[in-house]
Design a binder for this molecule. Structure first.
Ligand SMILES: *[C@@H]1O[C@H](CO)[C@@H](O)[C@H](O)[C@H]1NC(C)=O
Ligand SMILES: *[C@@H]1O[C@H](CO)[C@@H](O)[C@H](O)[C@H]1NC(C)=O
Ligand SMILES: *[C@@H]1O[C@H](CO)[C@@H](O)[C@H](O)[C@H]1NC(C)=O
Ligand SMILES: *[C@@H]1O[C@H](CO)[C@@H](O)[C@H](O)[C@H]1NC(C)=O
Ligand SMILES: CC(=O)N[C@H]1CO[C@H](CO)[C@@H](O)[C@@H]1O
Ligand SMILES: [Cu+2]
Length: 574
């Protein structure tokens, strides 16, 4: 290390304090030494997001805090310090309580930051980051992922706040967020979205499920219902030290540029609903599992080791028109897959839910014994009556009207490397987050975006507010030539993208053909998506002002990429 670099690092340490987990205590747990399937799958507490008075559902205001507490991730692990959502410190859980909202009934949430000033994980002040000026405190802000709501309640990355709202980011506008819940029923989740801290705040535990139910149209479908048979499974990966603490490397891959940031976090233990490789005893009948991939960067390709198949009924955001039965499913970070598993079809009394996605996906290391297993289902031996069913038709929403596309855009994904060939940062369209907004869709319009992945990774692209439908995925031929042009002038039209987007076409999997809010962008491909800036279940316009400040964002949902800084503003205009 040269002396200027050393000085720079020492200055940073002096400014921000030594990262809480320095190498001296980095004794990692070997995840493969932990016994699997020894903890029961926890039943995550639910919070109804509405009141019922005289049989009529009414809107509700909730206060939900973020607390530091200890959490047992595994029978044989010491308690782990985490950040947890809950109505009180005692109630708080990892993942946070599942919020159950009702279609058409407003929910108001005051998200309260109750965190002590010093972060339990290392972070990096050299990437674009929320940094407090006057006080100490951990910036947080909550985004309801998949929600159709006003910009002021969207959890803009710069709308962060510290404990007791003592200090606030530049786009902070209100304490109480308003979720109108008047979109299509489906699976959402809430999580931290603070500038440059999202990866560490989620790693610490700030995430939970949010379900919008519309009983009038969902109940007739006859799918499995109730807390026991309809359950979120929130899956993420973590590594631990022998003292139980979460391990995140405090040394970056380019420490002279970014002392701590690394391009992808991978943990070796797979956690479901807050327990490492849990087990669940199930009856021989159908269950619905809403699986949320809340990993920073790990993709999962789920399958059952005993060959048991499952049926997709929805993805993130919305139901699909017809059920799709499969034996495996690839779930990218922040993607949600909503499946029915019929354990009466199981030939054995045990089914292991496993994962075989390489990491980073798709060209990284193969899974090992530890991260290749997810959880175990113990299936009771006797058949039992099951009145739930999987109907032939689910809920269908109109396809995008491609004859009236308002605008075509190109979104190119770039990764930049240092002279030691290690990634330093990633940008969309070659622009940092704080460059002037370039994506300004008209409220009510449908656009077509060509997403051009010029990197080696698969990036799950997530768009706030707008819903997307994948149209096609086409391989780029003569990639080096095209990339050279793009690297020079960063203009897909002038670089004649249409002359390069002529390679293999990859089919969109049947269960991902519906409306989504995030999709995996294959490296070396152009993925064409229709993006709709209106509701999909009705032709009425938004019931809020989507054009208000601070606007929305779109970004890669590999959290380590999003933080540095694969995120751009998105401003809806009239
Ligand atoms: C932490 O990251 C540094 C830099 O990439 C690497 O050399 C080191 O092996 C990592 N430590 C662990 C425990 O993974
Ligand atoms: C979860 O999401 C991460 C990043 O968003 C992705 O890398 C990972 O593959 C996903 N895992 C599963 C099981 O879907
Ligand atoms: C799933 O089915 C396909 C063919 O239908 C087969 O090629 C694949 O090996 C199966 N995967 C698993 C995990 O059983
Ligand atoms: C919305 O408009 C389209 C085209 O005008 C029409 O076909 C459709 O029935 C309308 N949908 C609803 C829910 O009114
Ligand atoms: C356009 C481009 O550079 N694409 C890259 C995408 O990722 C693959 C590897 O998965 C690379 O080979 C391509 O160069
Ligand atoms: Cu990414």
């Amino acid at each position: 290390m040269d002396t200027t670099l050393l000085l720079k690092l020492l200055t940073l340490v002096a400014l921000f304090g030594a990262p809480s987990c320095s190498s001296a205590s980095d004794h990692l747990i070997d995840a493969s030494k932990l016994n699997m399937f020894v903890d029961d799958l926890p039943l995550i507490p639910t919070i109804p997001a509405f009141h019922v008075s005289d049989g009529v559902p009414k809107s509700k205001s909730l206060e939900i805090g973020m607390f530091m507490k200890k959490w047992k991730f595994h029978r044989d692990l010491p308690p782990t310090r985490v950040y947890a959502f809950g109505r009180s410190e005692q109630e708080a859980t990892v993942p946070g309580p599942t919020i159950e909202a009702l279609y058409g009934v407003d929910t108001y949430v005051t998200w309260q930051n109750q965190l002590p000033p010093k972060h339990i994980l290392p972070w990096d002040p050299t990437i674009p980051t929320a940094i407090t000026k006057r006080t100490r405190g951990i910036p947080t802000v909550v985004h309801l992922h998949g929600g159709t709501h006003e910009p002021e309640s969207d959890g803009n990355a710069n709308a962060w706040f510290t404990a007791k709202f003592e200090e606030k980011g530049p786009t902070w506008s209100k304490k109480t967020y308003h979720y109108p819940n008047n979109q299509q029923p489906g699976n959402l989740w809430y999580h931290d979205h603070a500038m440059g801290l999202t990866r560490v705040n989620l790693l610490a535990g700030l995430l939970g499920a949010y379900i919008i139910r519309h009983p009038a149209i969902e109940d007739p479908l006859g799918l499995p219902r109730g807390d026991q048979f309809d359950r979120p499974l929130i899956v993420f990966d973590r590594s631990f030290r022998t003292d139980g603490s979460i391990f995140m490397n405090s040394t970056g891959n380019n420490p002279s540029i970014h002392p701590q940031w690394q391009p992808e976090y991978f943990g070796d233990a797979i956690i479901v609903n807050g327990k490492a490789w849990p087990r669940l005893t199930v009856r021989r009948r159908k269950y619905r599992f809403r699986i949320i991939n809340a990993s920073n960067a790990r993709f999962f390709r789920f399958f059952f080791t005993n060959g048991l198949r499952f049926t997709h009924v929805a993805s993130d955001s919305a139901y699909i028109p017809n059920p799709v039965t499969a034996n495996q499913t690839l779930v990218g970070p922040s993607e949600i897959t909503d499946i029915i598993v019929d354990f009466s079809q199981s030939r054995s009394n045990v089914a292991i839910l496993a994962n075989d996605a390489p990491y980073p996906y798709p060209s990284g290391d193969p899974v090992n014994e530890a991260n290749g297993k997810v959880m175990k289902f113990i299936i009771l031996p006797y058949q039992e009556p099951d009145t739930s069913r999987i109907p032939k038709r689910l809920l269908e929403y109109p396809a995008p009207d491609l004859s009236s596309v308002a605008r075509t855009r190109y979104v190119a994904m770039y990764e930049y490397v240092s002279d030691i060939d290690e990634p330093t940062h990633l940008y969309l369209n070659g622009k940092p987050f704080d460059a002037a907004v370039t994506e300004t869709p008209k409220e009510g319009s449908t656009e077509v975006w060509h997403v051009i992945n010029l990197t080696e990774d698969n990036h799950p692209l997530h768009i706030h507010l707008g819903l997307l439908k994948v149209l096609d995925q086409t391989e780029l031929v003569k990639l080096d030539e095209f990339k050279e042009c793009m690297t020079k002038i960063n203009d897909a039209v002038k670089c004649h993208v249409e002359q390069y987007a002529r390679g293999k076409k990859v089919d969109v999997p049947a269960h991902e053909k519906g409306w989504k809010n995030v999709y995996k962008m294959i490296p070396g491909y152009v993925t064409k998506i229709a993006v709709r800036f209106s509701y999909i279940h009705t032709n009425s316009s938004y019931e809020f002002d989507a054009t208000a400040e601070p606007g929305y964002v779109y970004h890669c949902h590999v959290l380590d990429h999003e933080d540095n800084a694969m995120m751009r503003p998105l401003k809806v205009i009239k």
